[in-house]
Design a binder for this molecule. Structure first.
Ligand code: ADP
Length: 629
């Protein structure tokens, strides 16, 4: 018979399996059982609409048959089976599902742990078997086929006899070594243990013929053996179990297997809801963002089950964008098994579920924020930015829902790790404080160093430090929190002066009117106005902005493909108490040309302070040198 070659990638995977020194080889059983269960699911699904299947839900099962004499372990199922083409396609080639492709890459890095966490499907059989034989008959087919392989050298396919529809997989176990006791996979207790550990929730019975010794009545010391067919799994999916029957470890284990994340989730939310719609849900918040989370490739969604049968792998409509990081599943008795994708989108039940889930995710996060700040901070670092986008999106439609989940750096949190919530900020506000102040910049250090931030702090007010591009947009969308408006320390009137201060400033401004006009002329096209500053203490100048768009927002918008020519209305502010101001006043009468040059110099300094780029660094440095000599 012709020996066929595995496809290259499959060969590498197989090679890895065969030479695996992985310590949890036992997971092969979980993988084969899960395939069997999928195959049964397919036929069961079919039986719902096709009378010819002729087999009811209660007739489906998986069987484990250990044979100590032959050293084989056989796993059978009466699922949908495989046609010759499917055999070739499925077992000769590694499936190219997204997760599988990712798994393969990583597994080939000798990252053996990934084997255990993600599972590697059918090929894991080769971790424990020297030869694997698959006999299968597809539903509706007259011919059965046998596939056989001893590993990397290839495989054969031939026809064979098989009465019933389904698949039988025979593993000829490897010989025992000093370190590995493959014979344990022939022991009843071990198989029972493995099924409990990994496959308990499989919906179909996993059966095994077990034997028990009983003392013979009336005959001391004599025993007889009874055999019975035992169902090893409880068949109750974890999400249908009672919360208090489950340990964190079981929740985590299920998460690893189901969602292919080998880190433990940050928290799980398990609930049963009865009412207009009845459903069980089990949601997880991962502790880290998946590698593709912030890319277009990431697909949000929850698994959707109708009465225990999975009908959709990723149902996007169940999760709002701001909670797109949530993983999990929903199982409802009120959904029809045959519902199509299009129908689902308009399904009222589904909308109700989605709304309820959104609320419960929000509540759980709020609870975490209250009870475990450290864990919440971990969550925030992974997904906080998503919540801030959520506040900004849809014209702030979700701001009420999300605003109390937001964290910000601030002048009251001493380290860069420290965060405050808006409500904590407000609780610390001074009695006379009108605004929630914030400074925007690339980093906490940068924000803290802004001259305007310094002034506000000196007044005893806390300043939020907004370090991410989306921050200011989110804050502007919130507009008001606890009746307090947000105020950028670098924009507009800070509301800090007393009436007297204001009058003094107006007088001084009137006195220097000519100076400002002259400077503005020199800075035509660069600033909208030159004026006296109320936000400067030690520095000579700063830049501020009028209008809706702040300097920081300008930076962000300009970095976007569509935001090319957005410009904040820049204002150059001067500190009247700084010695430089006196120099400028003198130059106004003595040397207008120099005044123009100085104006430019001060403007460029102000740009640098704001963390913005000067237009021509070479010209700037030449100007400074000219002034020095
Ligand atoms: P995965 O299950 O992740 O797709 P596997 O390598 O475990 O990858 O299996 C590859 C494919 O082989 C499955 O997708 C399925 O189509 C088919 N298959 C495996 N085992 C069975 C089985 N017991 N009955 C029917 N088809 C099977």
């Amino acid at each position: 018979m012709e020996q066929k070659q595995f496809q290259a990638e499959s060969k590498r995977m197989l090679d890895l399996m065969i030479h695996s020194i992985y310590t949890h080889k036992e997971i092969f059983l979980r993988e084969l059982i899960s395939n069997a269960s999928d195959a049964i699911d397919k036929l069961y699904f079919r039986s719902l609409t096709d009378e010819n299947v002729g087999i009811g839900k209660d007739d489906f099962y998986i069987e484990l048959i250990p044979d100590k004499e032959k050293r084989t372990l056989t796993i059978t199922d009466n699922g949908i089976g495989m046609t010759a083409e499917e055999l070739e396609q499925n077992l000769g080639v590694i499936a190219h599902s997204g997760s599988r492709a990712f798994k393969t890459e990583n597994t080939l890095d000798e990252n053996t742990d990934i084997i255990g966490q993600f599972g590697v499907g059918f090929y894991s059989a080769f971790m424990v078997a020297k030869r694997v034989t698959v006999r299968t008959r597809a539903y509706g087919a007259d011919t059965a086929y046998v596939w056989q392989s001893e590993g990397v050298d290839g495989y054969t396919v031939d026809t064979c006899d098989k009465e019933s529809v389904g698949t039988e997989i025979v593993l000829e176990l490897l010989d025992d070594t000093d370190d590995e006791h493959y014979s344990e996979y022939l022991e009843e207790y071990r198989l029972r243990q493995l099924v409990k550990k990994y496959s308990d929730y499989i919906r179909f019975p996993i059966r095994m013929e077990t034997s028990h010794q009983h003392p013979v009545e009336g005959k001391e010391g004599e025993y007889e053996t009874h055999t019975e067919i035992e169902t090893l799994n409880s068949m109750v999916p974890i999400w249908k179990k009672n919360k208090n029957e489950l340990t964190d470890e079981e929740y985590n284990q299920f998460y690893h297997e189901k969602f292919m994340d080998y880190g433990d989730p940050l928290l799980h939310i398990h609930s049963r809801t009865e009412g207009t719609v009845t459903y069980n849900s089990l949601l997880y918040i991962p502790s880290k963002a998946p590698y593709d989370y912030y890319t277009k490739e990431y697909e949000k969604g929850l698994q959707l089950y109708a009465s225990g049968v999975m009908i959709m792998e990723k149902c996007a409509d169940l999760l709002p964008d701001h909670f797109s990081f949530v993983r999990g599943l929903v199982d409802s008795e009120d959904l029809s098994l045959n519902i199509s994708r299009e129908m689902l989108q308009h399904d009222r039940q589904l909308k109700l579920i989605a709304k309820a889930l959104e609320k419960s995710i929000k509540n759980e996060l709020a609870k975490l924020l209250k009870t475990d700040r450290e864990k919440y901070t971990e969550f925030w670092k992974a997904f906080g930015i998503q919540l801030k986008f959520g506040v900004y999106h849809s014209f702030g439609a979700n701001k009420e829902l999300l605003q109390d989940l937001l964290l910000f750096h601030s002048s009251s949190c001493d380290s860069a790790e420290g965060y405050t919530t808006l409500s904590e900020y407000v609780s610390r506000m001074r009695e006379d404080q009108k605004f929630i102040y914030y400074a925007a910049g690339d980093s906490v250090t940068r924000c803290a160093a802004l001259p305007a931030a310094e002034l506000v702090r000196d007044k005893g007010y806390e300043v939020l430090y907004l370090t991410e591009g989306v921050d200011e947009f989110a804050v502007q969308m919130i507009a008001q929190y606890a009746d307090k408006q947000f105020k950028n320390v670098s924009a507009g009137d800070l509301g800090l002066e007393s009436e007297e201060d204001k009058t003094a400033l107006e007088e001084k401004t009137a006195e220097s009117k000519d100076l400002f006009e002259e400077m503005q002329k020199a800075l035509a096209g660069k600033v909208k106005a030159v004026r006296l500053s109320t936000r400067l203490k030690n520095h000579a100048v700063c830049l501020s902005s009028d209008g809706e768009i702040s300097l920081e927002m300008e930076k962000v918008l300009r970095a976007m493909p569509t935001g090319g020519n957005v410009q904040a209305e820049r204002v150059l502010e001067l500190n009247p108490d700084h010695p430089v101001f006196a120099v400028l006043q003198r130059l106004l009468t003595e040397d207008k040309e120099k005044l123009a040059q100085y104006s430019d110099l001060l403007y460029q300094q102000a740009l640098l302070i704001e963390g913005m780029q000067v237009e021509d660094p070479v010209a700037l440095s030449k100007m400074i040198c000219d002034l020095m000599v």
